[in-house]
Design a protein around this ligand. Structure first.
Ligand code: BES
Ligand code: ZN
Ligand code: ZN
Length: 486
């Protein structure tokens, strides 16, 4: 539970996080806190720089309390991203100390540090995100969670705090979906979880099975899905927040609940983490939850073509020429380049049947994305400068990194094939050509493609990130919708 309160009564808390402006040891309404800070400043153990934190034990009220000082820096150096990460790390540290009731003192906050709303939203987000670990399958769960977090502040920005908490929760749902192993999170289970999320948050979810997918002529999607014993599911989520508008934003997420590579089989090392190949689906489901819970005045439809890329006697094969819902034929150079095949049919479907007026697709699409920006950012491409900069701004607002890659004229040849309209293996630069392949199926509407192969999963917990699924994209897609809402 997170709440805002005006006055600090130390007796109520066993853990305290105290935010400190650089070199300012005043205004804490407590002598012991001020004395301790001054000592730290003198010894230069902690001076309140942004990103700095320091843990001490102080006797406050009637007992010893675990106290963490958090550096806010100066108005010039303050930055929201670092602040969120420091807050999340401190929160985890207090959790390890088995603290139950925590207060976060933001009395030292001034409006000069950007805007109050953003500050409170960050607090809500950071503490919610730090409060998660994927340990569902461990018999001896060692985790300890807070019972309450009280934000001590003279200005009660409840709505901003709640927005942060809601964004945090939606991101945690995305992380959980990404983290669930492929034997549990099958396409059907993913669809069920989307249905549950829709019921809880207030958006409509329609799930189509194999027969309906075939009847829609989603040939490329079916080629990828057909070798698996798991039935593919087309998950369609609709949120109608602005009935007066004829605009509808479209989100398409890659939903490979497992990617073995198919006949172009991956080595085991490349396969173990392929439960995360539905990180794009996690992002759009999480975004729908956030958009719906926070009641944005906009219409959004999200689509996930969920399936597994497996091997059997009926697998699609390297050398095959297949059809697509959009009508273009595709040469299969490699069955491991499956994501784009499922995505192009989803992109065709969302334009033809859902009548979206702009579309973003998000996918763990290419290993090459890791070579582009590593795990620090998600490369994107776009056909539309205005829409692209709206997406870039939304990432910025969410504190996530993206970088728009170019579509040079010279690349256009690379996705063509002598025997078919297109090839699914266009070669270098793989991230851009994979995106351009999807772009071939976008008609006259603004489109952005985001590759999250490097960012959907984290190798270790750090700041607001937990190990495993990151929920990347949830918050940027929320902020994009918020910006586009009337
Ligand atoms: N799901 C993978 C991409 C991926 C790789 C995601 C590593 C996360 C981490 C995708 O389906 C794939 O295998 N892409 C191939 C395409 C190639 C065969 C043209 C790749 O990137 O190697
Ligand atoms: Zn693949
Ligand atoms: Zn894949």
């Amino acid at each position: 539970m997170i709440k805002i309160q005006n006055t600090q009564t130390y007796d109520l808390f066993d853990g305290l996080m105290i935010s400190v402006r650089e070199k300012e040891a005043q205004g804490f309404q407590n002598e012991k806190v001020e004395k301790s800070l001054k000592q730290l400043f003198e010894k230069e153990l902690f001076i309140g720089k942004i990103g700095e934190s320091y843990a001490v034990t102080l006797e406050l009220g009637d007992s010893l309390k675990d106290v963490i000082f958090l550096g806010l820096g100066t108005p010039e150096s303050f930055n929201v991203k670092t602040f969120k990460n420091t807050l999340a790390d401190s929160y985890r540290l207090l959790q390890k100390k088995k603290v139950s009731h925590v207060s976060l003192n933001v009395l030292a906050y001034t409006e000069a540090f950007c805007c109050e709303n953003r500050f409170f939203r960050s607090v809500g987000e950071a503490v919610t995100l730090a409060n998660y670990d994927f340990n569902d399958f461990k018999s001896d769960k060692k985790d300890h969670h807070f019972e309450s977090l009280t934000v001590i502040s003279s200005s009660a920005k409840e709505a901003a705090l709640e927005e942060g908490v809601a964004l945090g929760k939606a991101t945690l749902l995305a992380r959980q979906l990404t983290n669930l192993p492929a034997n549990i999170l099958t396409p059907s289970k993913l669809a069920d979880m989307a249905v549950d999320a829709g019921k809880e948050s207030g958006f409509e979810v329609e799930v189509k099975g194999r027969d309906q997918i075939e009847n829609l002529n989603m040939h490329a999607f079916m080629e990828v899905a057909k070798a698996s014993a798991q039935e593919p599911k087309l998950i369609v989520m609709r949120y109608n927040g602005n009935p007066h508008s004829d605009q509808r934003l479209g989100y398409v997420g890659k939903g490979l609940t497992y990617d073995s590579g198919g006949l172009s089989i991956k080595p085991t090392a490349g396969m173990v983490d392929m439960k995360t190949d539905m990180g794009g689906a996690s992002a759009v489901i999480g975004a729908m939850v956030a958009i719906s819970n926070l009641k944005l005045k906009i219409n959004v439809t999200a689509v996930v073509a969920a399936c597994e890329n497996m091997i059997s006697g009926v697998s699609y094969k390297p050398g095959d020429i297949i059809q697509s819902m959009g009508g273009k034929s595709i040469f299969i150079g490699n069955t491991d380049a499956e994501g784009r095949l499922t995505l192009v049919d989803a992109v065709t479907y969302i334009q033809e049947y859902e009548k979206v007026t702009s579309v973003v697709d998000i996918a763990t699409l290419t290993g090459a994305a890791i070579h582009c920006l590593g795990s620090a950012g998600s490369p994107m491409i776009s056909s539309d400068d205005t829409f692209a900069s709206a997406v870039v701004n939304a990432f910025e607002k969410a504190g996530e990194n993206t970088w728009r890659m170019p579509i040079f004229e010279e690349y256009k040849e690379l996705i063509k094939h002598e025997l078919a309209d297109l090839t699914n293996t266009a070669g270098s630069p793989g991230t851009i050509t994979a995106g351009m392949f999807i772009g071939e199926f976008v008609k006259d509407i603004p489109w952005v493609h985001i590759d999250i192969a490097g960012t959907a999963s984290a190798s270790k917990p750090k700041g607001i990130l937990s190990k495993g699924g990151t929920g990347v994209g949830v918050r940027p897609l929320y902020f994009l919708a918020k910006k586009m809402a009337d």
